[in-house]
Design a protein around this ligand. Structure first.
Ligand SMILES: [Zn+2]
Length: 377
């Protein structure tokens, strides 16, 4: 394996008796009185074996190996080997992705492995209005299989933010146009868009089957739609992200109902904690609010960016996931993250069941909350 000093860390700055790698707060200074380390970083361009580098530097191969070990420890090196599983067109398409993963690679973990994990991944996007940019991002990133579902047609009022749709698409099915556009973004990924109205969790089961992650952008009927996604993801054992806007606030969260983080448990916790929550839920539950969408393109893009950035971490493991709940105030750009802790409800009508024919009613959730209050006093 030929070793390469990471391209993304160049240029190395040569100072008096030292070199400087990286910029700003990421800067590392290495003592280099004879300029040998500087030369080593120049020679390690991936074209030479360690033996050749040793000869050119006039030092022993052991000394080169030792220096390589130290530089790898600092995260400055990667393998110059390009795996044969990538086509030339893919290497070109994903060049910037690979450069990005380079920060997280070293001699034992290749940047290509991260891109390979995306290629092997399957994701589903529920709702192709709010989720249309998400599908485009996934295609650009190179996620191997992208599924999506919507039953709506494109209206002119979508065009302020749903940028895979154009004026000429108005009146056409979102699923159909998304299929065409997302395939055009990246013909190497498999795209499967469904034209289907979601009326229960059953409608989602085949769509999300086998997916690594689900991103939900359906918001109607209020609360109930989230509960359908939650129930379907619980049955299939898939974590999901959901998010939305409330004027200047952009919020998103990660739930994993099969692993103790269930949306219905959270609703029950909320009901048990605060008396007023019942009235709040009843005001919106199962309702469809028309013409009050505050989807403002920059904020939709931010939400999409946050979602997809987290999903990529989830799929590749290149970095730790952020906390499961985040709120961004777009006026101040202040980001609040929280663990959003709540207890799993042992009597939860969703995540305590082996089989869910229909999701429970709101009254049943309220009942669970009342029982919880009795138990906890
Ligand atoms: Zn639950």
């Amino acid at each position: 394996m030929n070793v390469a000093f990471k391209r993304t860390l160049r240029p190395v700055v040569q100072l008096e008796e030292a070199i400087e790698v990286g910029m700003n707060e990421q800067r590392t200074i290495i003592n280099d009185p004879e300029g040998l380390v500087y030369k080593l970083t120049e020679f390690l361009d991936g074209s030479r074996t360690n033996e050749e580098v040793a000869i050119q530097l006039g030092i022993t191969e052991e000394e080169v190996n030792e220096a390589i070990g130290a530089l790898d420890g600092l995260g400055f090196l990667e393998s110059a080997e390009v795996p044969g599983s990538f086509l030339a067109s893919e290497l070109e398409r994903y060049e910037a992705n690979l450069n990005y993963y380079s920060s997280y690679s070293n001699l034992s973990k290749s940047k290509y492995e991260y891109q390979g994990s995306l290629k092997d991944a399957k994701v589903a996007v529920i709702g192709l209005g709010g989720g249309c940019l998400t599908t485009a991002y996934f295609a650009g990133l190179g996620v191997g299989e992208i599924r999506g579902v919507d039953f709506d047609t494109i209206s002119r009022s979508n065009l302020n933010r749903q940028f895979i749709f154009n004026e000429e698409d108005v009146g056409r099915l979102k699923s159909e146009v998304a299929q065409e556009k997302v395939e055009k973004i990246n013909p190497d990924v498999k795209v499967q868009m469904y034209n289907r109205e979601i009326t229960s969790h059953h409608d989602l089961l085949d769509i999300i089957d086998g997916c690594d992650i689900v991103v939900s952008m359906i918001d109607t009927p209020a609360i109930v739609a989230n509960r359908w996604v939650n129930a379907a993801c619980y049955i299939k054992g898939i974590p999901f992200y959901q998010g939305g806007f409330l004027n200047k606030i952009v919020m998103w969260e990660r739930l994993d109902p099969a692993s103790g983080s269930c949306y219905d448990c959270r609703l029950i916790n909320g009901l048990a904690e605060e008396d007023s929550e019942e009235s709040r839920l009843k005001a919106v539950y199962n309702k469809v609010f028309s013409r009050r969408n505050t989807g403002f393109a920059p904020h939709v893009s931010m939400l999409t960016g946050f979602f997809t950035s987290e999903v990529v971490k989830h799929l590749t493991g290149y970095a730790e996931l952020a906390k499961p709940y985040s709120q961004l105030n777009t006026e101040t750009m202040e980001l609040n993250k929280s663990d959003f802790e709540f207890t799993r409800v042992p009597t939860c009508p969703t995540c305590s069941q082996d089989h869910i024919e229909e999701i429970s009613t709101l009254d049943e959730l309220i009942e669970c909350a009342n029982e919880m209050r009795v138990v906890h006093g």
